[in-house]
Design a protein around this ligand. Structure first.
Ligand SMILES: Cc1cc2nc3c(=O)[nH]c(=O)nc-3n(C[C@H](O)[C@H](O)[C@H](O)COP(=O)(O)O)c2cc1C
Length: 436
């Protein structure tokens, strides 16, 4: 268990964060932020004021195209469409902050190892070691089709390819050895070639012949995040992730996940990475007010927009399936871990498809923590103590007020309880996350 709770803000560079139609909520400034860098910079500074570890961008490139076998519902309601590139935001956010970690999702399907190492490590180097990478294999059909593949690569094979992808990245990150850079103005020698290892990689999926493209940052290389939850995904997460994060519908699901992670780490013989759970705080001055806010979010969401999101993530077209029957586990090449988490019974009865669709529309299945600031702080502390997790990836719903309220009203309570930092301890993202 971490010494303190770690908090990351979970964002998307699109008209919505994780809540369907949040762009239409009164007071939401998401649509302005799409066109105004300063709004993102203000948000990052607010998170830094709240001593967050990081700002983390999910990314689902391409378009959700599974529901009714069409992209139209996603486009009509702005469900993560348009989907702007999160990586280009990172350097602007690095320039407007000093401590905040900045992470982006990049998929091993859409990029090559060299291009990811070059892009992310450039910002990591420039920001003094504050960048993270959420390694995803790209589970969306829409992403595959956008870059020219007809269908999604088979689930476990995607992870085999991603293992190889990572091997190339490690070689590129390790290529520039200690003492390699001389930058000697007198002799005119910039670097000692004997200390810069040439990468000569030829594998089943990737080839790479070059030297490391970017100087090692203050934290060596970006912090690695991973969120695979299936058997194969969990193994990949343990092998490569400094931090893994998981969406579970409730506390029993979180506890079960921790058990699975521990068992898988023991089997592989590797230490367990830190775990952050996805949650969605919904605050109010009273419990009733918070509940009313949640009800309003639910009322605003068209069900077909929720189903478009759910069908995309699960890789299954849910049109024509009875909404009020328990959601059945189906074979998928997309997110097997999420499919299992939401089709297994963790309470007194299974979830219906309608219930899961609403959970997806609200927060992609992340549980809501509803109540007064004190009640939300209680829930955060309770889950942290019960599961031994590292902290949370928290998705706001109304921008920027959800974050401002959390920083102003919940953070001081956590600080007073001594379970949340009052100052940044380290220089780098890795240090602040207690990873070194
Ligand atoms: C918390 C969480 C966040 C995720 N974020 C993204 C994302 O931003 N982009 C993406 O393409 N996939 C994302 N995924 C999908 C996973 O990276 C993974 O591809 C998917 O869950 C399938 O893996 P699995 O079958 O091993 O669980 C996320 C999954 C989880 C649980």
């Amino acid at each position: 268990m971490s010494k303190k709770i770690h908090l990351i803000s979970f964002e998307i560079h699109s008209p919505i964060n994780h809540t369907v139609l949040s762009w239409a909520a009164p007071g939401d400034n998401r649509l302005d932020a799409m066109a105004d860098l300063k709004k993102w910079q203000d948000l990052a500074r607010t998170l830094e004021r709240g001593k967050f570890d990081g700002l983390f961008f999910a990314d689902t490139p391409g378009v959700f195209d599974r529901y009714r076998d069409s992209h139209e519902d996603a486009v009509k309601y702005g469900v993560c469409w348009p989907s702007h590139d999160p990586v280009v935001l990172l350097s602007a956010l690095a320039a407007s902050t000093t401590h905040l970690g900045l992470a982006a999702t990049m998929s091993t399907t859409s990029y090559k190892p060299w291009s990811i190492v070059r892009q992310l490590s450039t910002v990591d180097y420039l920001s003094g070691g504050r960048v993270g990478w959420n390694i995803v294999t790209g589970h969306l059909r829409g992403e595959h089709r956008a870059i020219g593949y007809r269908e999604v690569m088979e689930h476990d094979r995607r992870y085999d390819a991603a293992d190889e992808f990572m091997e190339v990245c490690y070689q590129l990150w390790d290529s520039i050895g200690e003492g390699a850079i001389l930058a000697d103005r007198e002799s005119g020698v910039y670097a000692d070639p004997s200390k810069v290892k040439f990468v000569n990689y030829h594998g089943e999926f990737f080839d790479c012949e070059t030297v490391g493209p970017v100087l090692p940052s203050a934290q060596g290389r970006p912090v690695l995040f991973q969120a695979g939850t299936s058997g194969r995904g969990l193994k990949f997460g343990i092998e490569h992730g400094d931090v893994v994060f998981s969406i579970q519908p409730n506390l029993p699901g979180m506890k079960r996940y921790m058990g699975q992670l521990q068992a898988a780490a023991a089997e592989i013989g590797k230490p367990e990475p830190g775990v952050v759970f996805g949650v969605q705080p919904i605050l109010g001055g009273t419990e009733e007010e918070a509940q009313k806010r949640l009800d309003e979010l639910i009322e605003r969401m068209p069900l077909e927009a929720c189903l478009a999101r759910l069908s995309g993530t699960m890789g299954v077209d849910f049109s024509g399936i009875d909404l009020d029957k328990p959601m059945q586990e189906q074979q998928t090449n997309a997110s097997q871990g999420l499919m299992k988490a939401f089709t297994s019974v963790l309470g007194d009865r299974p979830f219906t498809l309608r219930e899961v669709a609403i959970k997806w529309g609200l927060s992609v299945g992340m549980p809501q923590l509803v109540g007064t600031p004190e009640q939300v702080a209680d829930q955060l502390e309770h889950i942290w103590r019960e599961t031994g997790c590292h902290g949370y990836n928290m998705t706001p719903n109304v921008m920027p007020s959800s974050i401002e309220e959390f920083v102003d009203e919940v953070v001081p309570i956590l600080q007073k309880r001594g379970i949340y930092r009052t100052e940044y301890e380290g220089r780098t993202f890795r240090e602040n996350l207690e990873l070194s």
